[in-house]
Every structure is written in C-alpha cells, then in structure tokens.
Design a binder for this molecule. Sequence first.
Ligand SMILES: Nc1nc2c(c(=O)[nH]1)N[C@H]1C(S)=C(S)[C@@H](COP(=O)(O)OP(=O)(O)OC[C@H]3O[C@@H](n4cnc5c(=O)[nH]c(N)nc54)[C@H](O)[C@@H]3O)O[C@H]1N2
Ligand SMILES: Nc1nc2c(c(=O)[nH]1)N[C@H]1C(S)=C(S)[C@@H](COP(=O)(O)OP(=O)(O)OC[C@H]3O[C@@H](n4cnc5c(=O)[nH]c(N)nc54)[C@H](O)[C@@H]3O)O[C@H]1N2
Ligand SMILES: [Mo]
Length: 665
Amino acid sequence: MITDVQDGIAIKVHGNPAHAHTHGTLCAKVSKYTERTYHPERILHPLKRVGPKGTGQFEQVSWDAALSDIAARLQGIAARDPQAIVPYSYAGTMGLVQAEGMAARFWHKLGASLLDRTICSSAGGEGLVHTLGGKVGMKVEFFAHSQLIIIWGSNSVTSNLHFWRYAQEAKRKGARLICIDPRKTETADKCHEHIQLLPGTDAALALAVMHELIAHNWLDHDYIAQHTLGWDALKVRALQWSPARAAQVCGVSEQQIVALARDYGMSYVQQTPAAIRVNYGMQRVRGGGNAMRAVACLPALIGAWRQPAGGLLLSSSGMFPVDKQALQRPDLLAGKTPRTINMSTIGNDLLRPSSAAFGPQIEALVVYNSNPVAVAPDSSKVAQGFAREDLFTVVLEHFQTDTADYADYILPATTQLEHWDVHLSYGHTDVTLNQPAIAPVGQAKPNTQIFRELAQRMGYTDTCFADSDEAMCRQAFAGQVDFEQLLRDGFASLNVPDAPFAQGGFPTPSGKCEFVSARLQAQGQDGLPDHVPNYESAGSSAQFPLAMISPPARNFLNSTFVNVKTLRDMEGEPLLEIHADDAARRSIRDGQTVRVFNDRGSYHCKAHISPRARAGVVHGMGIWWRKLGLQGTNVNELTSQQLTDMGRGPVFYDCLVEVSGVETQ
Ligand SMILES: Nc1nc2c(c(=O)[nH]1)N[C@H]1C(S)=C(S)[C@@H](COP(=O)(O)OP(=O)(O)OC[C@H]3O[C@@H](n4cnc5c(=O)[nH]c(N)nc54)[C@H](O)[C@@H]3O)O[C@H]1N2
Ligand SMILES: Nc1nc2c(c(=O)[nH]1)N[C@H]1C(S)=C(S)[C@@H](COP(=O)(O)OP(=O)(O)OC[C@H]3O[C@@H](n4cnc5c(=O)[nH]c(N)nc54)[C@H](O)[C@@H]3O)O[C@H]1N2
Ligand SMILES: [Mo]
C-alpha cells in the first residue's frame, strides 16, 4: 500500500503497482483508510471512565496520569496473582510488532495469563497441521495457471480480492471454477458451478468425492504409495460415503457430487492442474478440523501436488520464518507457567469465580487490536462479563467501540499509517514492511510504545523493553529476509519452491501427507477424517428450525470500518438474508424488521428476502457494532461458546435460530 502525503497529511492510499499480488488495487474498505484515520470520532487522547461501567462516559486525562494509574492497578493485582490479568488481542493489526511484539514481552515478564488466539482460524489450521504438517500449500500466483479451481468455504470476491484476480485470470484462460458454499455468494455468481451445501457438511462431501475417485480409479497410485500415510484405512472410510449418502447429509443432489468428483478425477486422467482454494468459512462449525482434514487429503489422491498450479492453499502463513523467540521473548517467563485463557470463551471466563480448576477470577483485562464485545460468540455473556464493576479494563483503540464503552481507560493507538511494522500473509509468500507515512494523529501512540512505557513504570529494566519498533522489525525474521530490500521496495519474496510437495516432503512427523494422524490418535481423536455433525444441525430442532451463518460483509473488516460512513452507507443496515419460502411461512416481508432468536438471545435487523439464501439457512451478514444496530445488539448475540473438534475454535456458523416479523408502526 502506498500513501500519498501532503504537508504531513495522508491524502490517499492506493495499491502498489510494483507488488505482483496487490497489483495496484486495494479492496473497497482499505481504500477508505484515510477517511478512517482522520475520522472525527478518532480517539486522540487518553480517556478515563467517569460514568457507570458500559455507559461510555469518559474524561480526558494525561498519558502520565493514565499510565501511572494503570501500572499501579496491575501491580496491585499481580502482587496477589498475575494470572488474574488477561491480555485480549487479535486482528486489528496482525503486524508482528504491533500485535504480539512488545506486548508479548510485557505479558511474559509480568506472568499474566496467556491467551489462546483461536477466534479465527485455529480449527482449520490444526486440521491442516495434522494433514499437511503446517499452514503450507501451493503458491497463490499459480492459481492463474490452474485448469480447475475449487473455491471451498470462501467468498473470495469479498474477502480475498487478490486471490480472486488470479482465479479470474485462470477463468479467462478456460479454467473451470466451482464454488462450495451454503450461501450463493458474489463469488458463486461468477463460478461455473455452485454446490450449495448445508453448513458443516463439507467432510461428507469430500469423503464422497474420494468414494468416486476410488470407484473410478482416478487415483495417482504412485504418489499415494510414496508420499501419503494411511491410505488403506482412508479407503475403507471413504467407501462408507456413497454420493447418495453424502447428498442426504449435505442437502445437495447426488448428481452434483458425482459431477464434482468427475471434474476432479478428470484432472488426474488428463494431467491438468487442479487447485483447491479452501478457506476459513468451512471450519467455523463443530467438525471444522475434520472437514479441513478431509478436503486436504484430496490433492494427494490425484497427485495434484506434482504441478505448481495444482494442490491446495488454505493459508501461507506457516511458510514465513518468523523468529518468535526474538520478538516475543518467552524466556522472560523465567520458569513461570501461567494458565491459558481461550479468547473464544471469554464470555464464560469473565463470569467465572476463582476455583482450583480455573485459577484466579479475571480481575483485569487489557484489550488491544480487538473488539470482543462485538466479535466474540455469545455476546450477551461477553457484555455481562465486561460490565462487572470489579473488573479493571484497559482498551487500546482508534475508536470508542462496543468494547471501549466498557473500559476504565481508553488509550489512543496509532494506525497503520502512523507506525512501523512487518507483516506476513495468509495468501502470498512476501514479507511486507509498514513504514509510517505520517506522524501519530493527536496524542496516539503505537501499541509497542504504550507497553514500553508501562514496562518502565512497572520497573522492568531488561534491555528488550528499550528496543525500537524498527529494531523489532529487523528481529522478526532473524536475518532471513533482506531488510534493505524491505526498506527499498516495501516487500521481499520468500524463497519457496514452485511445487513444494511434488516429491512429497510434507512438514509432518512422517514427512508424508497424513491421512491417518498418530498425533490425533494420541489425543484420543479419530485418526482419520470423518463427518462430525454440527452441534446444531439444520433441521434437528422444531423450536429453532433455521441454520444461521454470519459471514463477513464486503465493506467491513470484521467489526472494523463499521463506523466509516461511506462504507456503512454501502452496507446499508444490518441484514438477515432469508429464502422466500422461509419468509412466506412466517409472513415476513422484504425489508421488514425481524427478530432473530434462540435460547442465547435475540437480534433485531431487517429481513432481506434473497436468492442468495437456500431454504432452511439464513445469513446474518457482517459484524456490525452493536450500538450501530437496532436495539444495541448484533449477530453474535445468537452464536454459542461451543468449541470445534480441533484447535478449540468458535463455532460461529453452527447456530440454530428462529425468525419472526416485528410489527412496526
Ligand atoms: N471484506 C472483508 N474481507 C475479509 C474479512 C471481512 O470481515 N470483510 N475478514 C478477514 C478475515 S479476519 C478472515 S479470517 C478472512 C476469512 O475469509 P475466508 O476464510 O475466505 O472466509 P469468508 O470469505 O469469510 O467465507 C466465509 C464463507 O464461508 C461460507 N460458509 C459458511 N459456513 C460454511 C460451511 O459450513 N461450509 C462451507 N463450505 N462454506 C461455509 C460463507 O457463506 C462465506 O461465503 O477474510 C478476511 N477478509
Ligand atoms: N459472527 C461472527 N463473528 C466473527 C466472525 C464471523 O465470521 N462471524 N469472524 C471472526 C474472525 S475470522 C475474526 S479474525 C474476529 C476478528 O475480531 P477482532 O480481532 O476483534 O477484529 P475487529 O473486529 O476488526 O476489531 C479490531 C479492532 O482493533 C482496532 N485496531 C486496529 N489496528 C489497531 C492498532 O494498531 N492498535 C490498536 N490498539 N487497535 C487497533 C480496530 O479499531 C478495531 O476496533 O472476529 C470473529 N468474529
Ligand atoms: Mo479472521
């Protein structure tokens, strides 16, 4: 991203045309970054709570007063037990330095609870680790040369524009594109085929594809023999999944499954490259880890990995040689072994008293790069926890979010335009450098600086607390990336082979693609991938007959940008997409206000009778700020704190609801 600056003011941001993957283009929301940076509601100085918890009333205080008081409060709690202090952070910035750089050092030194950062990708990530050995896969640019692209659990047009450009290029060259998604997305519109399965049924579909590959012998026996583990067992499992059986489970036609398998099998017969872009949409259900494993087995069966434009990509992040030891300094724990809090169950955990199993009650929460009151599941519990009068809460933010409303202190943080950072990627394999384009706006400070100054007030004298942000950027890749090149170009490509698994060499314990995982068996899990039904399967409840998913909105980034007017105007208002039959059965009109509800809570929004919804499945779009929605709630009022089969992740898309019209005068 390039920022045009005039007289110290950022005028415009645009994509860097010299960077192959960005190619001069930014997505709709990030192209509004200057509007967000100079937003009239940007927090420009530290704020201290003056009203009751959660009412959002604050007064301006000096940095010195705020940091001294925060340090004193944390020291008081730490003197009893530092584990009563919990950091909470995720995707605001995923830069290695501003996310868990200086902050991690601070928490390690303090001995605070560790945070299990599960809210986005841990189920799929762990599924992939147990199959391919890590978040590794084909290089994203080679999708441009694939002949068959299966986009599985991703609305790429909305959430992964830079991949989508390569898919478009392949399509122009004659590739066939297949989308597998319960919603008829903007991406599905542009694919040749759309398989509109029920949420949480991907493993059944993948196993039925295997069934067909076996039945027709569309198998690369040589690749399977040399580079996979557990084929005989997987074969037995897959043969239990006839297309007819999977069709029942997935809620799609048997013919569609057979055709999918034929397309995939023909890639083997004709030796044309077949690629799967699998993404995190399919792992936000109970069986998310198993689903990812089942899908990740497919390329090995047809030897797709032999070609650069074949194979699979979930995330490329495992290919980056990040030096976490240097950045995060776990050695500062110095023998302490704090407990771990799972960010996906923060609602329950904030409400838990001290106990032998749990440890001390959470007394202080320091939130940065995250808006948990809006994004974490079961948000009425989360809000109830944040509302505890005895909880001391500090929020580092750009804006007064739903979470910041509950803070005791809000500390103004810098944006991407104002600080140093280095980034890895979910998709491509370039390291990128973020150099500040403008001075901090108002009194904002980088997260790193806030933790540096807190460390000083806590009396921490280790030299690592004096490292500058630029120095930390240099430490992040332990000299494995040319920093001078980063300074010059803004990016540097990792040295990744074009077809990394053409000759096997997977980073698993066996070095093979593991159909059977001994590590999973050792955890007491099924060593083979299987279909694990949702906690709340479509059609399993008469009281709550509709399955709800809540995928990202095109013009928001999770809950970021919701307060940027031009983007919010494009999104309109919080919507529930619903099929015409489901609406008719409930006498719901298009545009009518509806109440979406289950045992956990209720959410008011506008109904949108939409061909994007299949019967039985509704879509609560985007992550709106609660306070900008109707009645101060958002879709996470309905989602549960149940966890996935692997990775302890949330099950946002495993959620049953009922919908009723609300009479409006
Ligand atoms: N515009 C925009 N872009 C974003 C984000 C955003 O909020 N807005 N968020 C960013 C972040 S943090 C992430 S993690 C990535 C996520 O990006 P991806 O992992 O690519 O996922 P999404 O596009 O969120 O896709 C979710 C899709 O999965 C579908 N889906 C839901 N349940 C199932 C299921 O059971 N099976 C299958 N096959 N599909 C299912 C949904 O309908 C939706 O279309 O996107 C990033 N990009
Ligand atoms: N129902 C439902 N819920 C979901 C999802 C879903 O699909 N459906 N998606 C989930 C996913 S994939 C994710 S990743 C999570 C994301 O959830 P979060 O990690 O909470 O991400 P955001 O909602 O974008 O909030 C990030 C906050 O960080 C702030 N921020 C940005 N940069 C900085 C910085 O440099 N310093 C500081 N101090 N603050 C900064 C922003 O202003 C913003 O308020 O949400 C999850 N929640
Ligand atoms: Mo995410």
